[in-house]
Design a binder for this molecule. Structure first.
Ligand code: F3S
Length: 66
């Protein structure tokens, strides 16, 4: 399984993640991205999430094996 997460210390709210994968990423009240727990794990990372990872200007999105 792979788990996707946003590092809140790096996210600057560019919102490209939300544009690529709106069913995975969400925004908190201050405009920073996060991934709700029930959307964070995948057998295989979907392409929209891969695009979000590749296009975040702050490199704030990470994927880990779980
Ligand atoms: Fe933040 Fe990167 Fe998305 S800066 S809002 S995780 S595109």
């Amino acid at each position: 399984m792979q788990r996707v997460s946003v590092d809140p210390a790096k996210c600057q709210g560019h919102a490209r993640c939300l544009a690529f994968a709106p069913d995975v990423f969400d925004f908190d009240d201050e405009g920073y991205a996060f991934v709700p727990d029930d959307r964070a794990q995948f057998e295989e990372l979907p392409n929209p999430v891969k695009l979000a990872v590749a296009n975040c200007p702050e490199r704030a999105i990470s994927v880990s094996e779980v």
